[in-house]
Design a binder for this molecule. Structure first.
Ligand SMILES: CCCCCCCCCC(=O)SCCNC(=O)CCNC(=O)[C@H](O)C(C)(C)COP(=O)(O)OP(=O)(O)OC[C@H]1O[C@@H](n2cnc3c(N)ncnc32)[C@H](O)[C@@H]1OP(=O)(O)O
Length: 174
């Protein structure tokens, strides 16, 4: 059975069949959605360098309460823009549990409206705006506790088959 392997060839979690099945459509409820992978940089519980993003369904979209910490610092007291982009990208990835298909980021665009402060609580929301064939047009926001929008983001995800991931396993450095 195919397993995910790191660049040293060691298994890193569930086999691919199990992983693919985890993205099939689930009943709509408000329960927490599973991480993409135990070591996912955005949401994996076993990645000590990750963001530990925790995401729930919210109507047709998803919602997360999140804060950045000192590991994500850019300018003093402010989250690095790349760290923020990582989290928004990962948040989009949780919409796939509703889409029920595999997809990957082709384009990611963020507007940084105000600085994202470390150790400050934020509310993140994402939704599917539209779909054209394999193209998923996604939209998201990050708001502070006062409801002020600090980040808006859009993404284009492209639906792929499991072979997309199998190919990368065979050539992990390409
Ligand atoms: C299930 C996985 C969950 C994982 C966890 C989530 C983590 C968060 C998400 C990620 O981080 S994913 C990792 C980062 N992304 C990648 O590694 C993807 C790398 N890119 C690729 O592998 C390929 O470019 C890709 C599979 C996305 C697309 O290649 P294809 O050859 O299959 O598609 P193609 O280039 O023909 O483009 C598909 C369609 O999109 C259109 N398109 C491409 N770029 C576009 C663009 N910028 N704007 C508008 N349309 C665009 C393109 O014209 C075309 O339109 P049509 O279908 O109508 O012909």
């Amino acid at each position: 059975m195919d397993e995910f392997r790191d660049t040293a060839g060691e298994p890193v979690g569930a086999d691919i069949d199990t992983w693919v099945r985890s993205f099939t459509r689930k009943e709509s409820d408000s329960s927490e959605l599973p991480p993409h992978h135990p070591n996912c940089l955005g949401c994996g519980p076993e990645n000590p360098n990750g963001h530990f993003l925790s995401v729930r369904r919210d109507g047709d979209g998803v919602i997360a309460h999140h804060h950045f910490d000192q590991r994500h610092v850019g300018a003093p007291g402010i989250a690095h823009g790349g760290a923020v982009a990582t989290v928004m990208d990962d948040l989009f990835g949780f919409l796939l549990y509703s889409v029920g298909e595999l997809a990957v980021t082709r384009r990611l665009e963020l507007d940084y409206l105000t600085p994202v402060l470390l150790d400050n609580p934020y509310i993140l929301r994402a939704a599917v705006r539209s779909r054209e064939g394999r193209k998923l047009h996604l939209t998201s926001t990050m708001e502070d506790a006062g409801g002020r929008s600090v980040i808006t983001a859009t993404a284009l995800f492209i639906v792929v088959e499991v072979e997309h991931f199998l190919k990368s396993q065979k050539n992990p450095r390409t």
